[in-house]
Design a binder for this molecule. Structure first.
Ligand code: NI
Length: 227
């Protein structure tokens, strides 16, 4: 399932990220691509070990920690340290699927990429082209969100970034290993959680139906979670 998570970063945090990125070194994005996707990849990235990438990554990770939408949709176990990319005029990333396993170099930890995330750092009106096109179970979806908003999608999906024809598209991207590996199960938990939030607002926390549904949510999570 493809999920939009709104306002992961505040506009002030977006501005802070952009101001740091303006002063950083950008290199060819092929550095983090597999052999096959490197052929399709034409963009720029901040090197993984650049201090700016680490500092901005901390801002993104903190924002994810407080995002109810992210935690509900991803049920995160591990998050790969966020990376940062940009597409200028003429740049694009052809259709590809992301690597299944990523290594975090320092602590030498493996991350199974259950979910891919793109967190937008440019406003849609500041560039033309640059749509993230995802081939989801329910057909092809084209994504271009406001700065600070994020899209989460199954990392099993074929996806591409359309060529930029005006301006520049900046984003943070990363992967999540979920406690619930199966996309179908994770989607059901997300839908249940969203319905519980609405039911709580209508009936209050003490209502028998709210208690019952909340118990079902936690017992399903207990059944399916790998930690
Ligand atoms: Ni990708």
């Amino acid at each position: 399932m493809l999920v939009k998570v709104e306002s992961v970063l505040t506009k002030a945090e977006v501005a802070q990220c952009r101001s740091v990125l303006e002063g950083t070194q950008w290199v060819d994005g092929k550095i983090t691509a597999g052999a096959q996707s490197a052929i399709a990849k034409h963009n720029l990235q901040v090197p993984e070990d650049a201090p700016q990438a680490r500092a901005l990554g901390e801002i993104v990770l903190r924002a994810l920690g407080r995002s109810q939408g992210f935690n509900s949709a991803a049920v995160p176990f591990r998050v790969f340290p966020p990376l940062f990319n940009r597409y200028d005029v003429g740049m694009k990333f052809g259709a590809h699927v992301d690597n299944a396993i990523r290594f975090i170099a320092g602590p030498n930890i493996r991350v199974r990429t259950d979910l891919s995330a793109t967190l937008f750092l440019s406003e849609p009106e500041d560039y033309d082209g640059g749509e993230l096109v995802i081939e989801d179970t329910y057909g092809t979806q084209s994504v271009k969100f406001a700065a600070g908003d994020m899209v989460l999608y199954p990392a099993t999906s074929l996806h591409r970034v359309e060529e930029i024809t005006r301006g520049s598209r900046w984003a943070s991207f990363f992967w999540i290993q979920s406690m619930v590996k199966d996309d179908g199960g994770r989607t059901l938990l997300y839908q249940l959680d969203q319905s519980i939030i609405k039911t709580r607002a209508e009936l209050g926390d003490k209502h028998e139906a709210v208690l019952g549904l909340t118990a079902v949510y936690h017992n399903l999570l207990r059944k399916w979670a790998e930690v």
